[in-house]
Write a protein that binds this ligand. Structure first.
Ligand code: PEP
Ligand code: MN
Length: 253
């Protein structure tokens, strides 16, 4: 069974830190999220940060640490590629993420597609669903249909939270494409207090998976610390997600 078919056959919970910070950090998180029920371990190694003075990730070393932490708990791993030259380092990564800022970076999307790996393409924070699906065509045109879409919040007139989570994107994308549709409540809200209600609303809306930022010590996280769930909060959230899924599953058959 291909890895993509495996992903298709189950509800996936991608979890892990915004950025891999050290061997100890990623191993601790990997072991905890695995025990809580995560199905994919995430961790950024090449970070695109708005603040030029902030932590930009460990690069190749970060990917190596992520891959080895994933192996130690037998979880597939996901990391973001931010430029074509990153592709040199991702041989052992299972899922390549293209982030919101690169949703219309067609050369990056095309080269990433050519690796043949599963691609999680986030929605651009300023892009319509039509533009999103046009970007998906670049993956398909390059011979890859192992695609995961992910609603991660868009920019609107509302500024209370980092972004506005577009829950309607979930049924619309499922209707307009054949691909898996996930939700990222962490980047959508930018605040750990709201990750739970947005995650649960996405599950109720019929998403196929979620991606959630988790840290063993959120207050010390080197990036996106405000939105990271701690290990206990994540453990509770997985149980709540599974309970909502049980209730709504039959409505989406
Ligand atoms: C991420 O997942 O770490 C990330 C940067 O996401 P986004 O591109 O949605 O901001
Ligand atoms: Mn992040």
């Amino acid at each position: 069974m291909s890895d993509y078919v495996k992903l298709k056959n189950q509800f996936n919970i991608i979890a892990g830190p915004c950025a891999v910070e050290s061997k100890e950090q990623i191993e601790k998180i990997a072991s905890a999220v695995y025990k809580s029920g995560a199905t994919v371990l995430r961790g950024g190694a090449f970070k695109l940060r708005s603040d030029v003075d902030s932590f930009m990730g460990l690069g190749k070393e970060g990917i190596d640490l992520l891959v080895s932490a994933g192996k130690s708990v037998n979880l597939p791993v996901l990391t973001e590629v931010t430029k074509i030259s990153d592709l040199e380092f991702v041989k052992d990564v299972d899922i390549l993420q293209i982030g919101t800022r690169n949703m219309q970076n067609y050369p990056l999307i095309s080269e990433t597609a050519k690796t043949g790996k599963i691609i999680l393409l986030k929605r651009g924070f300023g892009c319509t669903l039509k533009e999103y699906l046009q970007s998906v065509e670049y993956i398909k045109k390059n011979g890859n249909d192992k695609i995961i879409l992910c609603e991660r919040g868009i920019r609107t007139f509302e500024t209370s939270l980092r972004n506005t989570f577009d829950v309607s994107a979930i049924p619309l994308l499922k209707e307009k494409s054949d691909f898996l549709v996930y939700a990222d409540p962490s980047h959508a809200t930018g605040n750990s207090r709201y990750v739970k209600p947005i995650a649960l609303s996405a599950v109720a809306a019929g998403c196929d998976g979620v991606e959630i930022e988790v840290h063993n010590n959120p207050s010390d996280a080197l990036s996106d610390k405000e939105q990271a769930l701690d290990l206990r909060e994540f453990d509770t959230l997985v149980k709540q997600i599974n309970s909502i899924r049980k209730t709504v599953e039959k409505y989406y058959e």
